[in-house]
Ligand binder design. Structure first.
Ligand SMILES: Cc1ncc(COP(=O)(O)O)c(C=O)c1O
Length: 386
């Protein structure tokens, strides 16, 4: 028998294929469409941040850092969380630097979910959550956000909680719906979880993109939730460097200890010079404190242009996404509509159905406005025929 045979594999993730983001980005590239599909900025970060990376490399910060992250960065993150949300995390035992939020969430899931444990996700949800739970052998329990408003449905969440519920994953500001959780909603979640042993994985990567004078309500600001939470954030989103893949996890020491056991034998350490650079850059709070104003101007520019079309605008309270209901424009289902928008109108978007397991059709598409103003103007010009 030939020895050059690749053994048959039984996939750990049989349902996973090419993501819609990759598909739409490729379609956008081949048709010269403006890519408002995938969520990343098309502008550069602050040159001061690049200089800080260069300085860190020249200063010799090029070898393995401590497993949990560069101490100065963990201290800076703890100080930032304390100043914004009022909870003091111990940088030594409660803050861990990760290779982006995606790794942080997977690591948290692997650290706490045993085979057969249930994990609640609120659909529509970011695409990594479900494969993460499946990799851990957990059972995905899907609860839909309220149709139309995308607000949490606490009756449905309460009904989904069982003695086997190990964790719930919540994301605010929310991708894709651009809603944000209000304080009373966080309080209701805390009350629901209080009698249970359910942990919260709080995905707060868009924490600094909140609009119209509202404040981001972090799980860390609610003591009951903070005691059971992994609070995840991402410098990629905050500082316009999505390709750097550096994130943070804040969690009570007992949870952080389990998190670090998995992190140690997976990622082990995260890029050293970038951690030093971020530590220095965080010394000035202005860049993250002013991010909401920066993105609100883009959101307003984008919405003003879209308002002249037949697309119906859904609220965009936070994140850098804008959802539109296109029922008045087309009867196509979402994926077909987004393909048509890309190939025939020249603007790529993401169907909301991609964020649901059942691929339901609500005639809603997600657009990303983390783009230069001239890119947005160009896209709006094309969309003006709708
Ligand atoms: C809700 C949400 N969580 C996590 C991530 C991933 O963040 P990172 O690039 O830091 O892994 C994204 C990126 O699109 C996101 O939208």
């Amino acid at each position: 028998m030939s020895v050059n045979r690749t053994p048959h594999l039984q996939s750990r993730l049989p349902a996973v294929g090419t993501t819609i983001f990759t598909v739409m980005s490729a379609l956008a590239a081949s048709h010269g469409a403006v890519n408002l599909g995938q969520g990343f900025p098309d502008f550069e970060c602050d040159p001061k941040l690049l200089d800080a990376v260069n300085a860190a490399m020249r200063a010799g910060h090029n070898q393995y850092p401590p497993m949990t992250g560069v101490p100065a960065l963990r201290e800076a993150v703890a100080a930032k969380i304390e100043s914004l949300y009022g909870r003091r995390y111990d940088p030594g035992s409660e803050i861990t630097i990760t290779a982006g939020a995606t790794q942080a969430i997977l690591t948290a899931v692997l650290a706490v979910v045993h085979p057969g444990d249930e994990v609640i996700v609120l659909e529509p949800c970011y695409d990594s959550y479900i494969p993460n739970i499946e990799l851990a052998g957990g059972k995905v329990v899907r609860v839909a956000l309220t149709a139309g408003t995308f607000r949490p449905d606490f009756d449905a969440i309460g009904a989904a909680l069982t003695p086997r519920t190990r964790a719930i994953i919540v994301n605010s500001p929310h991708n894709p719906s651009a809603t944000i959780w209000r304080r009373d909603e966080m309080d209701r979640l805390a009350a629901l979880l209080a009698p249970t042993d359910t942990l919260l994985i709080s995905d707060e990567v868009y924490e600094h993109m909140v609009y119209d004078g509202q404040a981001h309500v972090s799980a860390s600001s609610n003591p009951d939730l903070a005691a059971r939470s992994f609070v995840v954030s991402s410098f990629g989103k905050t500082f316009h460097v999505t390709g750097w893949k550096i994130g943070t996890v804040a969690a009570p020491a007992a949870l952080s200890a389990e998190f670090r056991k998995v992190h140690q034998f997976n990622v082990f350490t995260v890029n050293t010079p970038m951690q030093h650079a971020l530590a220095a850059y965080l010394g000035d709070p202005a860049p993250y404190r002013e991010l909401g104003v920066f993105y609100q101007a883009k959101r307003d520019l984008f919405r003003a242009g879209l308002a002249k079309t037949s697309l119906r605008l859904l609220p965009s309270e936070g994140s850098y996404f804008q959802c539109v209901d296109y029922s008045a424009v087309s009867e196509l289902p979402e994926e077909a509509f987004c393909r048509w928008l890309t190939t025939d109108v020249g603007v790529a978007a993401i169907p909301l159905s991609a964020f649901y397991e059942d691929g339901r059709n609500q005639r809603i598409a997600r657009l990303c406005f983390a783009k230069r103003d001239d890119t947005l103007a160009f896209a709006l010009d094309r969309l003006s025929r709708l």
